[in-house]
Design a protein around this ligand. Sequence first.
Ligand SMILES: *Cc1c(COP(=O)(O)O)cnc(C)c1O
Length: 381
Amino acid sequence: MSPYIISSGQAAYLTINGKKYLNLCSSHYLGLGVNPRVKKAVKAAVDKYGIGTGYRTLAGNHNLHVKLEEALARFKGTEAAVVFTGGYMTNLAAIQTILTKDDVVISDELNHASIIDAIRLAGIKNKFIYKHRDINNLRSQLSVVSGQLSQALADGSKRRALIVTDGVFSMDGDLAPLPELVKIAKKIGALIMVDDAHGEGVLGRGGRGIVDHFNLHGQVNIEVGTLSKAFSVMGGFITGKKELIDTYKTKARQLLFSNALTIPDAAAALEGVRILTESDELVKKLRENTKFLKSELKRAGFDIGQSETPITPIMLGDEDLAKKFASALFAQGIFASAIVFPMVAKGKARIRLIPSASHSKKDLENAIDKITKVGRKLLKK
Ligand SMILES: *Cc1c(COP(=O)(O)O)cnc(C)c1O
């Protein structure tokens, strides 16, 4: 558990142990957690409906859940959506509901822990873990196992193969090679699933996510999103064709045997989706801030990796150096996480900065100035 106790909202600044710090380490990309419209919608919903809901299959299927699913499906440009109480739960449901132990799964080695756990939970034996974003490695694994794979897919087609990837990888901010993965999925007759946790509200037109970014509408079977990053609440969702979503609605154990989203969560998420559907103002602001932060850090000579998203690593390599860097920034009023093993491989330690739409240019100028000074001192440049 973090020793830092926060006593403010997730805005441009955080109050930590009673003091004010510039917030460069949360995934509240759009500031929706403190957005006045979202707060107002939550208050109105609580006044009207109270707090709790229930099991949706029994007596807790609330009109806010239904409206949220309709709004999400429209926003993502898919036929239907189903919501769960967390991104982690959603990945478990997305995989466990449709795959059994005899099916085949093909997964990026750096996929999120919830995807790895979902594959375990489904008991899948035929796992092919390819090197991070490495299509050639994936292809060569497929050719080695092609006999096994075609057998798995051929017999009456009851068995399935699934290619699964994070859309945005959260430690580096790099993107899955989704167009190539879609091609391979088509070629071998596999389903394809993308976990767009860090792409929702960030990538694509108006933050519609990675499928929109690559213009792959209708070509990705299962799109998972979370409500805990850009939407700033809790919950997760799957979007896709109506038939598939109906399967999840009737069969997912994470829905049948677990309570539904509360009223405040559902109301906040719904208002967040409405805000993004109406305007791309926040997404634009996020992109401007990201561009500014990255270009200034590059100009100052930092190695900021291969990110294509607001996730901005400052590559340091050494673990102690990364920890020292984070403490020095903290001492100067900047909260940024040191990312070390096991979150990243040994020797790949870094500081991870995440700008948001809540930051002003001045906030970022101040941060860049301090980061540069700390860098000069610690890296002896
Ligand atoms: C954060 C995250 C999750 C988990 O979402 P929660 O809503 O926090 O449970 C799943 N997948 C990815 C890629 C994530 O970044």
